[in-house]
Write a protein that binds this ligand. Structure first.
Ligand code: GLY
Length: 369
């Protein structure tokens, strides 16, 4: 059942292995990268309870020793204090330039540890072992690493590609249903942005996948990673096509900021709502058929996901405030907001040519429910 996707980036190319049992088999997968049989692992306290012993045993099977640093779970860990703690711990472990650091966890751990690896001794190699669906299909692949700043999310960081990614689909069984579905928001995004047949497949197989069907999970993660790998190979540093991966994210970032990056809205939930809004906007300005946003919303509803503003607990600010939050998005270039819109399901493109009035009317209607 195991699949391999190659991310083609010249001498920084690497494999993403996808399938069940990869944590147990981690030693055999990682051993070829090592000069000496020893790795430094960074994880968080929730993931450590579930997976650290299995990782240790998997590494030991190949004679690899490990030391582990366990950080607090949660977005607040993606910060300067935990970055310096991690870097200093890696130095105290005498990690050398030829050694390998392992990031075991979700997106927070992957981004933080990847950044620590990027700056430690001017760059050491690292392996991503993503344990959340969101990290498996998005953040562990493509080399974006970093931390948050008081001024905003992901504002400090570096492109630093991993040397290997082990996406163990058995680890997904330990996620809450809410976390799984939030990650599924990013899976749907891939179908919507570039593969209509994959979206068709998700409409049929999404419920089985959410219920735990392992073959369906492997297939969905593999197709998502393949799409991301192709885009990253074309545009590693987001000069063009990589922005397609931000479908739904302009709306999502405004909603995340409006809800204080809190438990009221998980990132993947915001992406799903944002994808619905991006299709609604596309349809209103005549780019795609009215059936397309309806189909996107129907699938999210079928999956039991958040679709409307009313699904977000608590009050949201008015349209003007949401427009201001969108204007602070990282995708603003020379003061112009860039959107990812679509000519249909699977046909997204990047544009700055979006009438402000159309965005306002989409938000007004979303707020009115
Ligand atoms: N998560 C978007 C990207 O990696 O470009």
């Amino acid at each position: 059942m195991q699949q391999t996707v190659r991310v083609e980036l010249g001498d920084r190319s690497y494999d993403v292995l996808i399938g069940p049992g990869l944590i147990a088999g981690s030693g055999a997968a990682i051993a070829p990268l090592l000069r000496r049989p020893r790795v430094a692992v960074v994880t968080d306290e929730n993931v450590a309870v579930r997976h650290l012993a299995a990782l240790q045993a998997g590494l030991a099977d190949a004679g690899i020793e490990m030391e582990a640093l366990t950080l607090p779970a949660g977005e607040a860990t993606k910060s300067w204090p935990h970055l310096s703690r991690t870097v200093e711990w890696l130095l105290s472990q005498k990690v050398e330039r030829t050694d390998v650091v392992v990031a075991l966890g979700g997106g927070v751990i992957g981004d933080l540890v990847g950044f620590a690896a990027a700056i430690l001794r001017r760059g050491v190699r690292f392996v991503q072992i993503p344990t959340s669906l969101l990290a498996q299909v998005d953040s562990s692949v493509g080399g974006k690493t970093g931390i948050n700043a008081p001024q905003g999310k992901n504002l400090v960081g570096a492109f630093h590609q991993p040397s290997l990614v082990l996406a163990d689909t058995e680890a997904l069984a330990t996620l809450t249903s809410r976390d799984f579905l939030a990650g599924y928001g990013e899976v749907v995004k891939y179908g919507l942005l570039g593969d209509a047949a994959f979206f068709d497949w998700l409409e049929v197989n999404g419920p089985a996948l959410a219920a735990g069907d392992m073959a369906a999970r492997v297939q969905a993660v593999t197709r998502s990673v393949q799409m991301k790998a192709d885009i990253v190979a074309r545009d590693e540093t987001e000069q063009g096509d990589r922005a397609l991966l931000n479908l739904g994210h302009t709306f999502c970032h405004a909603l995340e900021a409006a809800t204080g990056y809190s438990d009221r809205l998980l990132h993947g939930e915001g992406v799903a709502i944002g994808c619905g809004l991006a299709f609604e906007l596309s349809s209103r300005i005549g780019l795609c058929a009215q059936e397309d946003p309806s189909r996107v919303r129907a699938h999210l509803r079928d999956m039991g996901m958040k679709v409307d503003f009313a699904d977000i607990p608590g009050d949201l600010p008015g349209t003007a405030a949401l427009m201001n939050l969108m204007a602070q998005d990282k995708k603003v270039v020379d003061g112009t907001l860039r959107f990812i819109l679509a000519r249909g399901i699977g046909a997204a493109f990047v544009t700055s040519d979006v009438p402000r009035a159309a965005v306002v009317s989409v938000l007004d209607d979303a707020r009115a429910g």
